[in-house]
Design a protein around this ligand. Sequence first.
Ligand code: LR7
Ligand code: MN
Length: 588
Amino acid sequence: ILIILMVLVWSHKKLKSSEYADDYGSLRLTDDQRDYIDRKGIHVVVGHYIGDSVDPMKTPNVTKEIVNKNMFNPRAYDGKNGEPVLISSKDFPVMQQLFQINRFNLMASDRIPLNRTLPDVRKKKCIIRYANLTDLPETSVIIVFHNEAWSTLMRTVYSVINRSPRKLLKEIILVDDNSDREFLKESLDEYVKTLAVPTRVLRSGTRVGLINARLIGAKQAKGQVLTFLDAHCECTVGWLEPLLEAISKNRTRIVAPVIDIINDDTFAYTRSFELHWGAFNWDLHFRWLTLSGPLMKQRRENIVEPFKTPAMAGGLFSMDREYFFELGSYDDQMKIWGGENLELSFRVWQCGGSVEIAPCSHVGHLFRKSSPYTFPGGVGDILYANLARVALVWMDDWAEFYFKFNPEAARLRDKQQIRERLALRDRLKCRGFDWYLDNVWPDHFFPKDDRFFGKIVHRQTGNCLMKPLTKGMYAQPAGYAVTEPCVSPPDLIQMFVMTKDGIVMTDESVCLDAPERDTKHEKPKVKIMACNGLARQKWNYNHNTKALIHTGSEMCLAVNPNRDEGPVIAACNGNFEQQWELQSVPWK
Ligand code: LR7
Ligand code: MN
């Protein structure tokens, strides 16, 4: 009886796993799991990088069981199915040393099979929508790297090979940006010969940076479409079809996948939210932003088709090869790292194409908290010179806004030779940045001539309204508004934009916010949080009484220093504590 029971249990287990596994060696998630991830998985990603290192228990695909089992057998979990690798505490000292090499947990990465399985994170509708496609174009996958770890690089390559339909994959091109690690030399050349898809390694004799390394790859590529990936990605099943199909319908689209998160400590794979888009802050740093209410609604109704985004993260996208070169490929004067993502986004939009995200395509990217490699010439000078070029070529008046408040970039503006790029802009008859802001990103928070831009000064105390100072550098700040002594010269952290519609917003796309319900007898604190276009974020300035009136509640913005109160909204009384000076600051 015991034996029969054991066989029964065994066959049941077997049935279960074969039920879920599919041809691509991926696991199917249940709809419940997907919903859970949609609700929980998202909010960790607000800025460019996720915040503090993730508590494995809070990662959706880690169950208590996994964590507990690992206490007994630390080596049992090798990251399969995108699960985390947990390392026993006796290995911590070595693990920490290895971490420094690439600024991610190399010990964990090296314990994961190069062809590890990942969950199939697609929604059912996506699976159906992209099931029977014929006549998609072929793509060359281009992966540039500088001193990448073997395991992350090869896991990227295997995930491409294992999860792309063979007939859509023309070739893989690895571009070595002058790495000095031995294992990336002849051993790599030999190793790629054994792969099931033609794979070449191109090498740059000098360190040219990721932008020029990608150009080396693009020039050699034979596929009709170029697909770029960072060297530490993992593609999930079905990632490629949505990208290629979108381009086959309209070659002027640049299409990026949804970028999922590979944790830098545990290598756990976390599905990320589909309903945000890419944009940038006043310093021209890329940001993921929550979609405003109406857009969110529109997207929820169609969760399958690619949607337009103001900007892309930069590392993971597909683009028609001929269109890439027609449109001026990349600005080859940009060095090492940074800025090329906005440059390409602005260029495509302003010159007649579009940047889009395909919600059915999911690719994981290993997010690090710091950069492991050198920046010859200095991080600041490289990044700011690249950004200065973006501003000078594409941003018209808003370049002046950027330079005025970013002296590090302003210092480098005169050194930039941009004649060729301006000629390109002319030749392609591209639109202005004003058009881009109005049409591609209508709820942008940049100043314009018909918007107030400057300080909001409390008349009684002379203090400036400010957003709360939050710790995380990359997080979209949210919390109670504050007032602090005004700084001089005026600083962006005390600057606001007010639109004709009465939205009061500041850097990082956050808005002055108060509850709308009738609270005449209370004094709710005023918040600054993600702009959402709702009535609770509408204000009206009365130039005579100097009151800032919250239109929904008809209450007034107030700070009472004697009662240590504010900023709050309170019943309007015309007193000094409710008077504000809107002091314009010229921005161009
Ligand atoms: O000198 C260099 N030479 C290189 O070949 C420096 C880097 N590289 C390689 C590097 O090995 C890697 O494969 O270039 C690739 C990107 O470098 P990362 O991984 O250090 O960049 P990142 O992921 O921190 O940064 C993002 O912004 C960059 C700005 O230039 C690029 O556009 C990256 O491709 C981009 N990454 C993504 O978009 C992944 C998702 C991030 C988000 C959100
Ligand atoms: Mn990267």
